[in-house]
Design a protein around this ligand. Structure first.
Ligand SMILES: *[C@@H]1O[C@H](CO)[C@@H](O)[C@H](O)[C@H]1NC(C)=O
Length: 402
């Protein structure tokens, strides 16, 4: 009995040591329904919005079955949107439906701010999106009246050095205790989930499944936010699977636990870290087929302090750049000097050869990292400039899958 108590206690301590989110987070529950709707395959924006706006706090609008097409929706404070298994909520392909008022949504300009998000959660407490159904942004569909897809527009923006005006799938802002649970998100025209200036955000059991070629389709981006948990998610997409940013406020107390990443640009911090990123744990992560693995990126135009970041129990396969600490991600100039220190890698195993980069700003401001039990594949390239690395790596990784 005493032994059992000791084991249970040590497990509890281990759990506590793993999490950096200061809240104690457990598996969310789907709220009960205030009303149930069936989809007709036609535009149902006003029916869904009306149901959301009149739903009691603590309850959820249940999309029970069928296909719903909709323009922008706002989820009120305390209310849930429950997309049940068998139901699909698709974003309208008409740019005008999302236009912010300047008739630029679906076009290129220098600013890229012309579209509303598909689902907006603003100044809310305790709202969420739940269920085993699917939210489809239709980014690969031809925009009505435009003759090209949202993703082609994003590709054009790159070749023309412009910005695309395309809706994000889910935008959370100035909110508290927001939950995404079990939902499948796919084909966003732009980022899938951005949580900005939000304290308390949980994504649990979420699947993101979008082609690797769809430009700027980040998976989940916490920005200037605190008390974040991303757990038991499967994320494959065309840009960063997760990107932690801090361009307008610090981001800290972040737990990224038990996730699997497929195609994408990896587990990223940056590029905007002006206000600092700290107290981040990434524990039990598998990456298969991402371009980057564990990456912290910034430059002199948007750098800051990134510290207290721990990666534990990470396995990678087919990852080109398994570890990247890059303070010179672009040549942009400025006085926001990136400083990356207190970055720890524990039990990291990389099964295929790749390039490792540790690139600090200068010898007086090096990147500082600690390696414990890091096993990489022989034939890998290791580049360290302006770097203070404690611990060692071994070139002895073997096995063909994580
Ligand atoms: C983070 O969570 C802790 C514990 O619940 C709470 O005390 C703290 O106020 C939260 N931080 C913010 C910025 O909301």
């Amino acid at each position: 009995m005493q032994k059992l108590v000791a084991i249970v206690l040590s497990l509890a301590v281990l759990q506590a040591a793993e999490a950096k989110d200061l809240r104690s987070v457990s598996e969310p529950k789907i709220p009960s329904a205030c009303t149930s709707l069936s989809g007709s395959g036609k535009d149902e924006t006003s029916a869904i919005q009306k149901a959301l706006s009149s739903c009691a706090k603590g309850k959820a609008v249940r999309l029970a079955s069928g296909t719903f097409i909709s323009g922008p929706l706002t989820i009120p404070s305390g209310v849930g949107l429950w997309v049940d298994s068998g139901a699909t909520l698709k974003a309208s392909t008409t740019p005008k439906d999302f236009d912010e008022g300047k008739n630029t949504c679906g076009t290129l300009d220098n600013d890229g701010k012309g579209c509303k998000p598909f689902i907006y959660i603003k100044s809310a407490t305790g709202s969420g999106i739940y269920g085993k159904g699917t939210i489809d942004g239709q980014g690969g569909q031809t925009m009505t009246g435009k003759g090209e897809t949202w993703w082609k527009l994003a590709a054009d923006a790159k070749s023309k050095n412009k910005k695309q005006n395309a809706p994000r799938l889910i935008q959370i802002e100035n909110s508290k205790d927001i939950t995404l649970y079990l939902i499948t998100l796919k084909n966003s025209p732009n980022f899938h989930v951005a949580s900005k200036s939000t304290n308390g955000f949980t994504a649990w059991g979420v699947t993101i499944n979008t082609p690797g070629t769809a430009r700027n389709t980040d998976g989940i981006d916490p920005m200037g936010s605190q008390n974040i948990t991303i757990a038991h998610c499967n994320i494959a997409t065309g840009d960063d699977n997760v990107a932690i940013k801090a361009g307008n406020a610090p981001t800290k107390y972040v737990s990224i636990l038990n996730n699997k990443f497929g195609v994408g640009h990896g587990m990223s911090i940056g590029s905007e870290v002006n206000d600092g990123v700290s107290d981040v744990t990434v524990t039990t992560l598998t990456l298969d087929g991402t371009t980057n693995g564990l990456r912290i990126k910034s430059d002199k135009s948007r750098g800051g302090l990134v510290t207290g970041v721990t990666y534990t129990d990470v396995c990678m396969h087919n990852v080109k750049n398994p570890i990247v600490l890059d303070t010179q991600y672009s040549k942009a100039s400025g006085s926001h000097i990136p400083t990356f220190k207190g970055i720890t890698f524990n039990n990291v195993k990389v099964l295929t050869a790749g390039t490792y980069t540790f690139d600090g700003i200068s010898d007086s401001n090096p990147v500082e990292a600690t390696l414990t039990n890091v096993h990489i594949k022989s034939g890998s390239k290791w580049v360290a400039t302006h770097a203070k690395i404690s611990g060692k790596y071994a070139e002895d990784a073997s096995g063909s899958s994580c």
